[in-house]
Design a protein around this ligand. Sequence first.
Ligand code: ZN
Ligand code: ZN
Length: 271
Amino acid sequence: MSDFVHLHLHDQYSILDGYGKASQYCELANKLGYKAMALTNHGNVDGVIKWQQSCKAAGIKSIVGIEAYMVPDLRIKKEKEKRYHVVLLAKNNAGFNSLLRMLTVANLDGFYYRPRIDPALLLEHCGDLVVGGACLESYINMEGGIDLLKQLGKKTDVYLEVMPHAMREQAKFNQHVMKVASDLKVPVVATNDCHYPEKHHAKLQEVLLAMQSKKKWKDKGFAAGANRDVIAKGAEMLGVPLDDLMAEVIAGMREQAAALGLDGSLAGQGG
Ligand SMILES: [Zn+2]
Ligand SMILES: [Zn+2]
């Protein structure tokens, strides 16, 4: 369990799609013996300082990233567009700066309901990032998504994600991911797309989602998705061990994440 690294996780800064403070996640993760954990909120890095402080207090290596919204062309804004997801993890300070640059463009030029990036922007700034496949809304499902994965793979480290959620679409997508990964020789990691620290928080996450989608409780047209807590479903449970390359990437990131401390005092963070 303790070698598992959560690489896809949302906290209270995930804009009404994530419940739980960094400190709650980190205290729990510490008890469970996790050594490193990533924060990947939707389209922003606002929670990063608290995340790093909480990780430091709990003796956990912090990995910093986002789950970005991707469209084919960020300048085109049309009703009912489909937005895709991509997880971006900073390898080092330069990677964090790349995230900030992309988020600036996403907010100033690409904003349309959400801050949006596109393949051209990502390819320009991906050098110090590790690019993860994200969830059912993965960018690999976008038109040209597989080609983008190949291009990204030439420029930096990429991986795809399988998730243990008990939904037919997820099981089907997991199979698709394994096939693409094996065809293109891309590593696969298991993630839980955590949206709350503990199981009994699932209902609170549903309340947040209801607020975000402006739905009433009785409408029930929303669902938090079960088992998106931090405890559940480590890689071992899926039988999908962390690939050697990813393990190496993560090992490097553990060291480099320390240098990301925005207040400076976190530099050299150990553990
Ligand atoms: Zn997603
Ligand atoms: Zn997510």
